[in-house]
Design a protein around this ligand. Structure first.
Ligand SMILES: [Zn+2]
Length: 419
């Protein structure tokens, strides 16, 4: 299975320049082909596939005006095209919005899909050589790819994607239902006890600092050196906020995964919620990030993460008798079941219901698994999570030419027959 290790790296001056060129070329390739695909789509009604773009790129590099595209490793630029193709696929599958043009002022990243290794305490990358790295854990497995990124605060990171041995042990632990909320971030029911974890509000915590720094920035003249410095200072506060949130969610998900074998949660439509009044609080609490962390940590250790359909009325059902109370609204935190008179705490009751529903789902999966294994055990998508972790982009599927050719081959006999 695939695993990711994200480490901070310290390129020297020469390597920094080389990386800057690669970031630039990779961004150029993305923007150039995003524009070209758009134009072609408007003219012909057809976009460009990865293969077409890659062929076009090879020709483009031969032109004297674009000779500088030959400086970075070819694989890095091809990876940029693959990412673009995936971005389009995700858009058409309604998973993400339309691909955007990349700016040189935001986070930069490139992926080396091959020829990376670890030598001593350093990371060896194509054309860059040995880059000093702070390796917190050892990478024991074949390295698949390395994504190098540079934050807006000028820090460099490398996400190393590597293959580890399949799990042989099955994870032991409890089955817990967790309910997410803004009053208490998670309410957990492990079959015996309920407990709650309060949310942290990093945005609120650093709001004053952010306001002061942003005010200072607004007073600087456009294009000045001082303004550039002030932009970095503001970016540092944003980085602090996001690091605080991530650190907390990593620790919380680690604890939940250590305690449990199975975790059941509601499949929240985080994107849909983000359009509501509560958007800021939900983003601050990091619902989506928490579920993502739990999911990949648990699956990496052989546990199971079950997501219950978000239309399942987890808050309205009485966990004791199953009575459905339609009169509940968001403001009611405690209620008494009209049918069996059990007093309920809204969140605790929801986590109880989620746990029961999760157990029901798992038992039906087990029943069906004798017949259709592939259907019952949806692919764990560890690689997909790794991908998300690795490049921080909305890239879920990695489409390749090889896959397409296979599907074409499979389709062709059918079309022949129908003709
Ligand atoms: Zn009841």
């Amino acid at each position: 299975m695939l695993n990711v290790l994200k480490v901070r790296i310290y390129p020297n001056k020469e390597q920094e320049i080389s990386l800057a060129k690669s970031f630039g070329c990779s961004r150029f390739v993305w923007n150039f082909y995003l524009n070209k695909t758009n134009t072609q789509y408007q003219e012909t009604g057809k976009g460009m596939t990865y293969c077409q773009m890659a062929k076009d790129l090879t020709q483009l590099k031969k032109l004297s005006d674009y000779g500088w595209l030959q400086e970075p490793t070819a694989a890095v630029l091809q990876q940029s095209l693959k990412n673009l193709e995936s971005a389009f696929k995700n858009f058409f599958a309604k998973r993400t919005g339309f691909p955007k043009f990349k700016s040189k002022h935001s986070k930069q990243s490139i992926r080396f899909p091959e020829s990376c290794s670890i030598k001593g305490g350093s990371l060896k990358l194509p054309k860059l050589g040995l880059v000093k790295a702070r390796l917190s854990k050892s990478v024991n497995g074949k390295i698949k790819s390395v994504t190098v990124s540079k934050t807006s605060t000028d820090k460099y990171f490398a996400a190393i994607l590597f293959e580890t041995d399949e799990l042989t042990t099955t994870k032991q632990g409890k089955i817990s239902g967790i309910d997410l909320g803004l009053n208490s971030l998670v309410t957990v029911f492990d079959g015996e006890n309920y407990y709650k974890v309060d949310p942290i509000k990093p945005t609120k915590k650093y709001a004053k600092r952010l306001r002061i720094r942003q005010k200072a920035l607004s007073r600087k003249t456009k294009g000045s050196n001082n303004r550039r410095k002030a932009v970095k200072v503001v970016a540092k506060v944003h980085e602090k906020i996001s690091n605080t949130r991530q650190d907390f969610l990593h620790k919380l998900s680690r604890k939940l995964c250590d305690d449990n074998q199975v975790i059941v949660a509601e499949n929240l439509c985080v994107k849909g919620l983000a359009r509501t009044k509560l958007a800021k609080s939900i983003h601050d609490a990091g619902f989506g990030m928490l579920l993502n962390f739990i999911s990949y940590k648990l699956e990496r250790e052989g546990g199971k993460f079950v997501q219950v359909d978000r239309f399942f009325p987890s808050t309205k059902l009485c966990s004791c008798c199953g009575h459905k109370n339609d009169l509940l609204n968001l403001s009611i935190r405690e209620w008494i079941c009209p049918s069996c008179q059990t007093p309920h705490d809204r969140d605790e009751n929801a986590s109880h219901n989620l746990r029961l529903e999760g157990i029901r789902i798992l038992s039906t999966l087990r029943l069906r698994s004798g017949l259709t294994v592939s259907e019952a055990e949806p692919s764990t998508n560890t690689a997909g999570h790794a991908e998300i972790q690795a490049c921080g982009e909305s890239v879920r599927l990695v489409g390749t030419c090889a896959k397409k050719r296979v599907s074409e081959k499979q389709e062709s006999p059918a079309t022949l027959r129908s003709n």
